[in-house]
Design a protein around this ligand. Structure first.
Ligand code: GDP
Ligand code: MG
Length: 163
């Protein structure tokens, strides 16, 4: 059985862009509109001699802040059911949001260990943005650019190290 990796995070942090890079497909829907991926999306990913199943979680369109948070949470709960590895994706351009903290709390409550991936670090000079994310209480936030590939191979090495 291949291990299952779930990408979780609030809408618009770049989960689907990362899904596409990891699966080398254009399958997941990437859009400027937050929450455009409505359902879970499964794909095959490979890194060197390791293969795994990747799950992209969507968001839901809602303007009501409370139901927005609970919809994100519900998506994550679903993803956690199958996941062997969890990648919490956050946005290095916009910094920590309320929803990031909420998801960290949820993951901790479920006893799930996770990788904290700081996306939209499009090059070395953006790495300073990483420091903010230690406030989430994570051991090591990883810098990455799903769009441009910066940090990708380093992160893939870490993610697949124990597979
Ligand atoms: P999702 O809602 O988490 O699935 O996010 P998407 O993958 O749909 O991306 C949301 C927006 O962020 C899109 O406009 C992407 O082009 C943009 N984006 C994704 N990854 C990166 C990145 O590494 N750098 C930058 N600058 N923008 C990104
Ligand atoms: Mg998406």
């Amino acid at each position: 059985m291949k291990p299952v990796v779930a990408l979780v995070g609030r809408p618009n942090v770049g989960k689907s862009t990362l899904f596409n890079r990891m699966t080398r497909s254009r399958d997941a829907i990437v859009d400027d509109m937050p929450g455009v991926t409505r359902d879970r999306h499964f794909g095959d990913a490979r890194w060197e001699d390791k293969s795994f199943i990747l799950v992209d979680t969507g968001g839901f369109l809602s303007n009501d802040a409370d139901s927005f948070a609970s919809h994100i949470r519900a998506q994550v709960e679903l993803a956690l059911e199958d996941a062997d590895y969890v990648v919490l994706v956050v946005d290095g351009k916009s910094g920590i949001s309320y929803y990031d903290r909420d998801l960290v709390e949820l993951l901790r409550a479920r006893g799930k260990s996770f990788f904290c991936l700081v996306n939209k670090i499009d090059g070395e000079k953006h790495e300073v943005a990483l420091n903010d994310f230690y406030a989430l209480g994570v051991e090591e936030p990883f810098p990455l650019s799903a769009e441009h590939g910066y940090g990708f191979s380093d992160f893939m090495d870490v993610l697949t190290a124990d597979m």
